[in-house]
Design a protein around this ligand. Sequence first.
Ligand SMILES: [Zn+2]
Ligand SMILES: [Zn+2]
Length: 208
Amino acid sequence: VDIITLVLGPLENNTYLLIDPDTKNAAVVDPSFGHQEVLDEVARLGVTIKAIWLTHAHFDHIAGVAGLARDLNTEVEIGLHHDDLELWQNGGGAPALGYNFEVGIQPTRFFEDGQTLWLGNNQLNVLHAPGHTRGHVMFHAAVEKALLCGDVIFAGSIGRTDLPGGDTGTLLNTIRTRVLNLPPDTRLMSGHGPESTVEQEQRTNPFL
Ligand SMILES: [Zn+2]
Ligand SMILES: [Zn+2]
């Protein structure tokens, strides 16, 4: 699967486009503010969005969902873990930060740990990864050795746990058992900031 990174919105979210090179079908992971940029990129590449897959329901990761779903001409799947549905319905956690945010759409599919997602012949594995939020998931492309890890771990940092649903012990356990156990050369593609690898974080991340 080809992975393209777009940096969108005031919180500089990494929005990922996953593309099957054979069918040109695509999935968007965590569309943030400014969904028109996603549509422009999709038109430029000549690919078709079939699904929107969400690592978690914080507003900056789901801000583009309703606009995308509205502006795409085809029916698009919207996937979220059930444990983040409450957060989704509570404005994506925006009220806790003093913002107003209306999601304006509902998920159409609920992820489970261990589930396989298909994009053409490309396979992604859903890993439940609680701690930053209850229903956080990561998407693992084992063949490509890439982990779309949302706000679980960043280059040199880890996800915040002071927002509703956050828990530091749970997050550290998730990182130990679901991230650091992957092959050392696995690319870590986070919700914010630059790419890293499992090995680099194991060696240098001050929070671990
Ligand atoms: Zn978050
Ligand atoms: Zn975030």
